[in-house]
Design a protein. Structure first.
Ligand code: SAH
Ligand code: SF4
Ligand code: F3S
Length: 400
């Protein structure tokens, strides 16, 4: 995913504050969820990949239905939410630092609730409540519909936690509330979870099993965005090329190529992007579909992770260096002016200098228009953490 490296924060758009804020009053007289008498305010801050930002828009929709309005000022919020990322240790450290700031807010307004959402909530579960005393609510990525109940629980003085991972939840019926939108470009989640088991990656543990969203709800969402003036949509998933949906009563299977075409046909003026593609799953059919529709952008994010076949093998990426190169060639054959970008991990367990040099060669070979490079960060519970030593010194990983 494109944005997960920077841990940038994005805050909600400013909403007008209909009532003046008084910590004491809110602490004692905060209305229960569903009580329409007074509108309460939530503040949400998101970290990690685009899917997390997209999820925050689903959360905003659920909270709006529970008569909350958004605020961009956490000092004015009755509910402070932080949608977290676990991909690297640094991402988790950033969240912990941020929680320290929210501690100050709670001192001033003890009635405010603090909720942790997303991948870190899923990874740490109840442990989070022990480690971070100020946190009232912990919600995993598949449990956002339960937020109103969890908030009510926290208001009653208990801790609210739901980290259940679903095999079905896609939030297909929820219309996201576009946060911080420029009115031009929007994300649409088309699937959730990941069934790959790259040995370095925490995502399968935090996001659960892969499942695809009903294509008709995706087309309806894109159609609505197009109708309200948006010019670009990005279809999101950890591995969009394995998108697969079958109507319970029909034989036809909608794969990613078909879904792309369905979205592209909505409006030739609507630009269509997608992220992320796993090299093993991107098919010729997808490439031909991109070539066929001028409004599908000629751009593929195709993370290689390493240029060394030995390292790719222990990363469990299921392709080797030669196979990846042939995929790149295929892309340039079918879409000659295609831009390709990549993700790279430096200093994976046991990686040698020569193997790192092979990665640099791959950068030149693929002629990437851009790539993100990360220092390997060991994640608890992953195959790599169990099996291999994180033995490349930090100074080597970061090129010092
Ligand atoms: N599903 C996407 C990637 C999601 S995570 C895919 O397979 O391409 C985004 C990127 O974070 C990955 O491509 C990888 O380069 C990086 N990443 C994941 N786990 C990491 C770890 N433990 N240490 C460093 N970088 C990691
Ligand atoms: Fe992680 Fe691999 Fe799944 Fe991407 S495909 S989310 S790197 S396990
Ligand atoms: Fe995304 Fe970070 Fe979770 S990259 S899926 S928010 S671990």
């Amino acid at each position: 995913m494109l944005d997960n490296k920077t841990s940038t924060t994005r805050e909600t758009s400013t909403a007008k504050d209909p009532y003046s804020f008084n910590g004491e009053t809110i602490a004692t007289a905060a209305p229960k969820i569903g009580d329409q008498a007074e509108t309460r305010k939530f503040y949400i801050e998101s970290y990690g990949c685009q899917m997390n930002f997209s999820d925050s828009e689903i959360v905003a929709s659920i909270l709006h239905d529970a008569s909350y309005t958004s605020t961009s000022d956490f000092l004015k919020a009755d509910l402070i939410l932080i949608n977290t990322c676990s991909i690297r240790e640094k991402a988790e450290e950033t969240v912990r630092k941020r929680l320290k700031t929210f501690k100050q807010v709670k001192k001033a307004n003890p009635g405010a609730l603090v909720g942790v959402l997303g991948c870190m909530a899923e990874r740490l579960k109840a442990q989070f409540l022990e480690e971070e005393k100020l946190v009232d609510i912990v919600v995993g990525p598949d449990a956002y519909r339960d937020l109103p109940r969890l908030i009510a629980t926290a208001e009653d003085g208990d801790k609210g936690i739901n980290v259940f991972l679903s095999r079905e939840e896609t939030y297909a019926d929820i219309s996201p509330v576009r946060l911080d939108s420029n009115g031009v470009t929007a994300f649409i989640s088309i699937m959730r979870g990941c069934d790959n088991m790259c040995s370095f990656c925490v995502v399968p543990f935090t996001r659960g099993r892969e499942r695809s969203r009903d294509p008709y709800s995706i087309v309806a969402e894109a159609n609505e965005l197009s109708g309200s003036g948006y010019r670009e949509v990005t279809l999101l998933g950890q591995n969009v090329d394995s998108y697969k949906w079958q109507h319970p009563e029909e034989k036809d299977i909608v794969n990613f190529a078909k879904l792309l075409a369905m979205v592209a046909k909505i409006n030739p003026q609507l630009r269509v992007r997608f992220s992320t593609s796993h090299p093993k799953d991107i098919t010729d059919e997808v490439l031909h579909t991109i070539a066929k529709y001028p409004n599908i952008c000629n751009y593929i994010h195709l993370p290689v992770q390493s240029g060394s076949s030995r390292v790719l093998e222990i990363m469990n990426r299921t392709y080797d260096s030669a196979w990846y190169k042939s995929k790149v060639q295929r892309i340039y054959e079918i879409i000659p002016d295609c831009a390709i970008s990549s993700d790279i991990i430096a200093g994976f367990c046991t990686e040698t200098e020569d193997e790192h040099q092979e990665t640099l060669k791959m950068l030149r070979y693929a002629n990437y228009s851009m790539s993100y490079m990360f220092m390997y960060s060991e994640r608890p519970g992953t195959l790599a953490a169990k099996r291999y030593d994180d033995d490349v010194p930090e100074g080597v990983k970061n090129g010092d």
